[in-house]
Structure formats: structure tokens, C-alpha cells
Ligand binder design. Structure first.
Ligand SMILES: [Zn+2]
Length: 268
């Protein structure tokens, strides 16, 4: 803030506090006060419309006596009250700031560094709004990204464009077969361990019987026992789901009534 800003700020404080008003009434004392404030608050901007900073708000907040702070009853506002309000705001700005790529020649490290530091200082002093690349990846964006990425590398879900998967199908028959099975609504055999060859979940079944798995090849199809395991698990899931659905849709009924209903052979 420069002299003009400080004079306006003190005039505003004078409207709230008669002690400030009295100080400003005397020309010599007024000039001294403005010089002191200007020196103390040279690095604090008057307003930053983009980020919601306004030095006069800091002054008003001091007189609002928030959080049971009764200082305003005992002394008028001082530069350090504005500094105390600015510091967290500046910290917040720097937190949001992501260094933009300098326009300087990268082969000139000194110029490069100077530009980086200059941009940071400009943000810290409120001459520039923070460059916010991080805002693009906010919490909602991160969640969306995480859900998109959850299928990458494993699991039955395809995570590449359909046409790419189609082109690659010849080179990854296991994966293609798995996707086809899941798309057809069949149980996903690869979600389970193979009890025949010992292949771990998501791993293809192995051929041959050599010790320690050395030199054993991959099968394009899962062993039948693995498919059976998946089918059994799917059946159990379905049974459990149906049981739950029945439970949820059965209205609470008096004991005799329910007994009559269930004894009618409606069981499956
Ligand atoms: Zn197997």
C-alpha cells in the first residue's frame, strides 16, 4: 500500500474509532501515522478483488471483536492487526499458486530462476493472482480420476477405447476372452484363484506341471475348475442378493399371518 491507500484506510478506521479520528485531526501527527503505516504495510496490497482481500475488511474485523477479542476496547487499530490478517491470506495465495513455466530461455538458469522467484514474489505481494493449475484437479476431479483409474491394469473392466481393445484382441487373447465373458454377463473366472494350476486372481492359467512354474506357458482360457468356482460364487452372490431382496420386501406382519403365508409352499 502507498500513502494514498494508507490515508484512505486510516480515514475508514477513523469512522469506526474516535481515537483514530483524533490522531488524524492533528496534521503533524496524521503525517507521522501515515508514514509509519506505509512503511509497515508496504508489502500488503490494498485490495485483491480476485481473491477477496481488502485491507479495510481487516480493519473492520479488528473492531468486530471476534472470538471474544476485546483489544479494540483498549487500543486503536495498528498496522500489525492488518499484517496478522494478511499473513494467512498470503499463505493461502501461495498454497494455490503453481509456478508457471517461465518465458525465459531454459538454458539461462539465472534468468529462469529470477523469473520464477519474481512470479512468486508478485503473488505474495498481491500484484498478481496465483496461477492455479491445481484448481483444475480439485477434490471432485480427483475422485472422478480415481474412479476412472480404478480399472487400469487389473480387474474385468476395460480401460482403453473399444477400437484399441479390438485391435489388440489378437495379441491378448486372455484379456479379450475375459472382457467378452464379462460383457456377455458370464461369471468372471479371473476374479478367482485357480485351484488347478494355482494362478493368482487376474493372472492367466498356466500350462504344464513343471516345478516352480519355470518354462510354463499361459493358457488363453481358464481351467474349467476356475470357471466353476466363478459360477458358484456368482450363484451364491445371486442367492444372497435374492435373500436380501426378499427380506427387504417382506412387510412386518403378525406372527400367525406370516406362518400361513410361508406354509403355502411359496418357497423356492
Ligand atoms: Zn488354472
Amino acid at each position: 500500500m502507498i500513502d494514498e491507500h494508507i490515508a484512505a484506510l486510516l480515514a475508514y478506521a477513523g469512522r469506526l474509532d474516535s481515537r483514530v479520528r483524533r490522531t488524524l485531526a492533528d496534521p503533524a501527527q496524521s503525517a507521522r501515522t501515515i508514514a509509519d503505516w506505509t512503511a509497515a504495510l508496504a508489502d500488503v496490497p490494498a485490495t485483491l478483488p480476485d481473491t477477496g482481500w481488502d485491507a479495510s475488511h481487516a480493519v473492520r474485523r479488528y473492531y468486530e471483536q471476534r472470538n471474544n477479542d476485546r483489544s479494540a476496547q483498549f487500543r486503536a487499530v495498528e498496522p500489525h492487526d492488518v499484517l496478522a490478517a494478511w499473513a494467512p491470506h498470503r499463505g493461502e495465495l501461495m498454497n494455490r499458486h503453481t509456478d508457471p513455466v517461465p518465458a525465459a530461455d531454459p538454458d539461462d538458469p539465472e534468468a529462469w530462476r529470477e523469473e520464477l522467484l519474481g512470479t512468486r514474489a508478485a503473488v505474495a505481494h498481491g500484484h498478481m493472482p496465483p496461477a492455479q493449475y491445481r484448481a483444475e484437479i480439485n477434490t471432485a476431479g480427483q475422485k472422478r480420476l480415481a474412479s476412472l483409474m480404478s480399472g487400469v491394469g487389473r480387474g474385468p473392466r476395460r480401460y482403453m477405447p473399444a477400437e484399441v481393445a479390438e485391435q489388440l484382441a489378437d495379441y491378448r487373447p486372455t484379456r479379450a476372452a475375459r472382457e467378452a465373458a464379462v460383457a456377455a454377463g458370464l461369471p468372471d473366472a479371473y476374479a478367482h484363484k485357480c485351484s488347478w494350476c494355482g494362478a493368482a486372481p487376474d493372472e492367466p492359467c498356466r500350462t504344464g506341471y513343471r516345478r516352480h512354474g519355470k518354462g510354463r506357458g499361459h493358457r488363453a482360457t481358464p481351467h474349467p475348475c476356475r470357471t466353476d468356482t466363478a459360477a458358484r460364487a456368482a450363484e451364491q452372490d445371486e442367492d444372497e442378493q435374492q435373500r436380501l431382496a426378499r427380506l427387504m420386501s417382506t412387510p412386518p406382519a403378525p406372527r400367525e399371518t406370516r406362518a400361513r403365508h410361508t406354509s403355502g409352499g411359496a418357497h423356492r
